[in-house]
Design a protein around this ligand. Structure first.
Ligand SMILES: [Zn+2]
Length: 209
């Protein structure tokens, strides 16, 4: 009797639905099925350089507000300056990231992963300067003062697993925050980012593939 109960519990646990893996088309650098809002703020990586670092950022526009079209507009160079006083302060910023994960877990892609997005600025990792050359930049919608959502951790782990598969030069041991590669200038993704949670999920997601 006890054995049967244990057996049925095992089956139940194994049949909990898990979201299908995400897939990056390595030829185009696009995430299959994601919403794409392609940014002009990018160029080619230096010849022969493959991405080997994931850089995590936090962003909200206006600062502290979530939702709305403003991150898309910033990264495509179409932010309307009269929509909010803060927007004038960042007018003319030619910045982007490869992808954004919104509070509800939606992934938006702005730059093909094989191209160079302009997300890191002056930065250094492991003795190498100019991290845009060799990294993939992922924004999480949030602030330094707000915990990120479980949906964001889940989708970030799914995206990371897909990227590791498409670009074998990447790996779970090379994931950093913007604050790690530009500590004098940047604090994102912030002290509330749960690195332990991310590592657990990345291990699970990578093992599932
Ligand atoms: Zn950043």
């Amino acid at each position: 009797m006890w054995q049967n109960r244990r057996a049925s519990m095992t089956i139940t646990a194994a049949t909990i639905p898990v979201a299908a893996p995400l897939k990056v088309d390595a030829a185009t650098g696009l995430l299959v099925g994601a919403r794409q809002v392609l940014s002009p703020h990018c160029d080619a990586r230096p010849s022969g350089v493959k991405p080997d670092l994931l850089v995590l950022h936090g962003i909200s526009l206006p600062p502290g507000e979530f939702g709305g079209p403003w991150i898309d507009r910033l990264f495509t160079g179409t932010l309307p300056l009269d929509a909010h006083p803060y927007f004038r302060a960042i007018a003319g910023s030619r910045v982007s990231a490869h992808a954004l994960i919104r509070r509800d877990g939606e992934i938006v892609q702005y730059v093909p992963f094989g191209a160079r997005a302009w997300h890191a600025g002056h930065s250094e990792y492991d003795g190498r300067k100019g991290c845009n050359d060799f990294s993939i930049g992922i924004e999480l919608e949030g602030t330094d003062e707000t915990p990120y959502t479980e949906a964001q951790y889940e989708e970030l782990a799914r995206l990371a697993a897909a990227l590791f598969e498409a670009y074998p030069s990447l790996g779970p041991e090379h994931i950093v925050g913007h604050s790690d590669i530009a500590p004098e200038r940047k604090t994102d993704p912030g002290p509330l980012f749960n690195w332990r949670r991310l590592r657990t999920l990345v291990e699970e997601r990578t093992a599932l593939r």
